[in-house]
Design a protein around this ligand. Structure first.
Ligand code: ATP
Ligand code: ZN
Length: 284
């Protein structure tokens, strides 16, 4: 049995659970006990505050955990990053009141900065030779300048709208963060390592599937070669003749990111009846 620590409630909890659910790892549906065992995979979930996850994994209370890199760096336990999960993406930035003129980092010399991430900020300031005062608070960092607690803040930003609504502007990005799976550096039994490998195999298949769409389209047979050039495909697309003379059906996969651009090119090559489907899992 492997134990994974995930956030009890917050920005990473639903996404972490969804990743496990899409990997067909099922948990009983009743509420959230502190500890929940899967019915069909040797995994149990330990629900924690995200701040406690690095230490729990370090101490071996949990074998692995899902946590943001921001928290990981702040807590600074020596852990292995087993996998980057591509979710919970955000950045950590310095922000100041929007009316203040800002030229460069030197502005922060002698200033007071409010944050819940004193270590990450301290390291950044030190490596840039800035002497500022760090004021640690545990929440509502974004109102610190308005209430006169600090001259600037250092916090997580995703869209930036929270900053704007608090009269702040982002002036320096310090760190980009996403959710990662972590494990202890050593000390995992071979059994547990095998379960981790199984789990990773599933998670990767789900993540890969999320990055692509399955596509079916009808095209004039004379354009098939050009269409194949446009579709990157996983290997080469499947081409099947249609009952109607001169037409073929092409099946392939498209990266989610290039999707609309490619569809546009396909339409120009007279593609018709384009069907696009989500891919549940993709194993290459
Ligand atoms: P907990 O109660 O577990 O301590 P929390 O309030 O500290 O929760 P959340 O706000 O739920 O934490 O954020 C958890 C993680 O989600 C962050 O550490 C960060 O990695 C990630 N994240 C992604 N986008 C955002 C965002 N816009 N704001 C805050 N965190 C974000
Ligand atoms: Zn937290």
């Amino acid at each position: 049995m492997l134990r994974i620590a995930i956030q009890k409630s917050g920005r990473l909890s639903e996404q972490s659970l969804a990743l496990l659910a899409e990997s067909n790892i099922e948990f009983g549906g009743h509420g959230r006990a502190l500890l929940a065992q899967s019915k069909n995979f040797p995994l149990e979930i330990l629900y924690l505050r995200d701040d406690d996850i690095p230490q729990c994994v370090y101490d071996g209370v949990a074998d692995i955990g899902i946590v943001g890199e921001d928290v990981l760096q702040e807590k600074n336990y020596a852990l292995n990053i087993v996998e980057r999960l591509g979710m919970g993406k955000c950045r950590m930035s310095l922000a100041i009141p929007k009316s203040v003129v800002y030229n460069d980092l030197k502005w922060f010399n002698g200033k007071k900065i409010a944050t819940s991430y004193p270590r990450v900020l301290g390291n950044f300031l030190q490596s840039n030779n800035i002497a500022a005062e760090i004021h640690e608070i545990s929440g509502s960092v974004e109102i610190s300048t308005t209430i006169g607690l600090a001259d600037a803040i250092f916090d997580i930003v995703s869209s930036g709208s929270t900053l704007v609504s608090n009269g702040l502007k982002e002036v320096e990005t310090v760190l980009h963060s996403e959710a990662v799976m972590v494990s202890q550096k050593e000390g995992l039994t071979e059994d547990k390592q095998l379960i981790i490998n199984d789990l990773l195999f599933r998670l990767r298949a789900v993540q890969k599937g999320r990055q692509y769409k399955y596509i079916l389209l009808n095209v004039p047979t004379k354009n098939v070669d050009k269409i194949i050039d446009v579709i990157p495909g996983s290997k080469s697309p499947t081409v099947v003749p249609l009952a109607q003379e001169g037409w073929s059906s092409v099946h392939s996969v498209l990266p989610e990111n290039d999707f609309w651009k490619i569809i546009d090119q396909l339409k120009k090559l007279d593609a018709q009846g384009i069907l696009v489907m989500p891919i549940e899992k993709m194993i290459l």
